[in-house]
Design a protein around this ligand. Structure first.
Ligand code: ATP
Ligand code: MG
Length: 234
């Protein structure tokens, strides 16, 4: 049994259906990527898993239990954290305050999680009392990932961590994603930039207009002629 099982989900915004029956699986310990272009439905898949845009049909199971209709809070409580597209840090709050919000479901002291995040991203430790809104885009992405890690997730959902960030900082962020994976967190990573997604993941899915059109080993997907032309600029 896979840690995450998404079975034939449909999701809509008003009358417009964005996902027309999407299925995917993530095994415990894996890094899986989903690649696709603008508007393909990548964010909607992640939003359905985390309960922000609940699936109208189909089922989502985590660790064998159905979570399709749980609230976002309940889903975080089960061990799934979502790093949203565009980072969504609270700009007037400090780095430390943003991180503390990520731990809001943990009743106990969160200093161990905070230390872990500062170990993952030393830059955040240096900037603890800086207002999040004054940090660079790459630093805010680190903060968004750090905030999600404060909940000690078993599954981390990441939505385009490379978006709008200078390549040197993207490299740094991807090194940390590998470290988070090696420490045992399972990762489902959405990317428009297929180079990054396929570089870190063992398996992948390609989504187009709300449907999975291809899945398999990341290396195999990277060699697919259509993928090379559409997503790798070859
Ligand atoms: N809040 C919304 N209201 C109406 N339609 C929406 C909303 N959010 C997304 N959609 C539509 O749902 C479809 C899938 O969007 P989604 O954001 O999941 O794509 P995406 O693959 O994440 O794209 P991008 O790479 O640009 O982030 C698109 O047609 C989009 O226009
Ligand atoms: Mg998106």
């Amino acid at each position: 049994m896979a840690l995450l099982e998404v079975e034939d989900i449909r999701a809509s915004y008003g009358l417009i259906e964005a996902l027309h029956g999407v299925s995917l699986e993530v095994e415990a310990g894996e890094v899986v990527t989903m690649i696709g272009s603008n508007g393909a439905g990548k964010s909607t898949v992640l939003r359905s898993i985390s309960g922000l845009t609940p699936a109208r049909q189909g089922a989502i199971r985590f660790d064998g239990e159905e979570i399709t209709h749980l609230t976002p809070m309940e889903i975080v409580g089960r061990g799934i954290s979502h790093v949203p597209e565009g980072r969504r840090c609270f700009p007037r709050m400090t780095v430390r305050e943003n991180l503390e919000l990520g731990a809001f479901l943990r009743r106990d002291d969160s200093s161990a999680e905070m230390d872990h995040v500062f170990d993952l991203f030393p830059r955040l430790a240096e900037r603890q009392s800086q207002a999040a809104g004054t940090m660079s885009g790459g630093e805010q992405q680190m903060l968004a990932i750090g905030r999600a890690m404060m909940a000690r997730p078993r599954l981390l959902l990441m939505d385009e961590p490379s978006m709008g960030i200078a390549p040197i900082l993207v490299e740094r962020i991807y090194e940390t994603i590998e470290q988070i994976s090696q420490e045992g967190t399972t990762i489902l990573l959405v990317e428009q930039n297929a180079h990054y997604g396929l570089g870190v993941a063992a398996r992948g899915y390609v989504i187009e207009t709300g449907r999975i059109i291809l899945s398999g080993e990341a290396a195999t997907i990277g060699e697919d002629p259509k993928v090379r032309e559409a997503y790798l600029g070859a």
